[in-house]
Design a protein around this ligand. Structure first.
Ligand SMILES: NC(=O)c1ccc[n+]([C@@H]2O[C@H](COP(=O)([O-])OP(=O)(O)OC[C@H]3O[C@@H](n4cnc5c(N)ncnc54)[C@H](O)[C@@H]3O)[C@@H](O)[C@H]2O)c1
Length: 313
């Protein structure tokens, strides 16, 4: 029987995985965990407070609950990581190493998202492939690349079923994003709907790959179920569309013609500039039929509709 532990479950992505996982595997089989958070909206799932750097507690949860799959979402993201690199190093590396060694010990499948942050200035900007030059210059990117390499090592050496999707920036409306560089693409919608001017921290023409949350959830759930023999690699690029603040502003102005954006560029520009404009995700498309449903138009329409409901506008 499948029994799943989600770490960092109350973050932007984890929160949205809970209901679809409950629907597929049964609520009693999905255990959610995070650090020092109040799971007020999802008290129906079993919640355990877990700092992923605490290996003894982590192991005990996996052992006593007979966990078969760990969805390891606990991490410190790119922008927060640059403000506190020591914390990012600790949580992202030690936490992942714990998840991996526990998976080895108890035979768990481990899904741990990677990121476009593994790429760097010398990576091809357009259609960055799965295997290419990777010289990240943020602590977040360095830890994510180390995660990928260690996960592949554990797979090759000990057969640990490690899987990772390299998500682009994920756009969603339910939970506030957790300190990433692509968070601007979420904040901009909130400001447009509230009729406020948006101060953007990256420059108007900075293009980054993105994905709408429903596609991120589907990619994760589908990827988790692909039989091992069908996978030709452990880490896959996945992407949907590419946007810059200026492209997004044009789209938002279709709904809010008076929408205004100012530019107040900060350290996150340097992070964004070193990431590719677009990803080649053909391996995911070929190997396990990855196919996103949302483009920029559909995403924007849905974001605006959903946020209007939330703000009761
Ligand atoms: N959101 C994106 O755009 C994006 C893009 C690429 C990759 N990812 C990856 O997806 C995963 C989930 O990201 P997210 O957007 O949900 O991030 P998030 O910041 O919203 O959530 C991460 C969660 O981890 C928790 N956490 C932090 N330190 C912890 C610790 N020591 N122990 C346990 N939990 C801890 C936080 O409380 C938070 O709830 C991460 O691995 C991230 O790197 C996210």
């Amino acid at each position: 029987m499948t029994k799943i532990l989600i770490t960092g479950a109350l973050g932007q992505i984890g929160t949205e995985l809970i209901v679809p996982l409950n629907n597929q595997y049964g609520q009693k089989n999905i255990i959610i965990s995070d650090i020092n958070k109040n799971p007020k909206d999802i008290e129906t799932n079993q919640y355990i407070d877990l700092d992923v750097t605490d290996i003894a507690k982590f192991e005990n949860i996996v052992k006593t609950n007979e966990i078969t799959h760990i969805i390891h979402n606990a991490a410190i993201l790119s922008a927060t990581g640059e403000n506190n690199p020591e914390l990012a190093l600790k949580v992202n590396n030690q936490g992942f190493e714990n998840a991996l060694s526990i998976s080895k010990e108890y035979g768990c499948t481990i899904l741990s998202p990677s990121s476009i942050a593994v790429f760097g200035e010398t990576t091809p900007k357009i259609n960055a492939p799965d295997d290419t030059i990777m010289r990240p210059n943020t602590m977040y990117g360095i830890t994510k690349l180390w995660n990928e390499l260690l996960g592949e090592y554990y797979f090759n050496k000990w057969g640990v079923d490690y899987r990772a999707l390299r998500y682009p920036g994920i756009i969603s409306y339910k939970t506030k994003p957790g300190g990433g560089t692509t968070d601007y693409a979420i904040d901009i919608f909130h400001k447009a709907i509230l009729n406020q001017t948006f101060n953007c921290f990256i420059s108007s023409e900075t293009v980054l790959p993105m994905m709408y949350m429903p596609d991120c959830v589907n990619a994760t759930l589908d990827f988790m179920k692909v039989p091992n023999e069908q996978l030709k690699r452990r880490v896959y690029n996945v992407s949907s569309f590419e946007i810059s603040p200026s492209i997004l502003t044009t789209e938002i102005k279709k709904y809010y013609p008076n929408f205004k954006i100012n530019y107040d560029i900060d350290y996150r520009q340097n992070i964004a500039e070193n990431w590719p404009n677009s990803l080649d995700d053909s391996n995911a498309r070929n190997d396990w039929n990855w196919s996103p449903k949302y483009n920029i138009n559909l995403m924007s329409k849905d974001m605006i509709e959903k946020l209007k409901q939330i703000y009761e506008i």
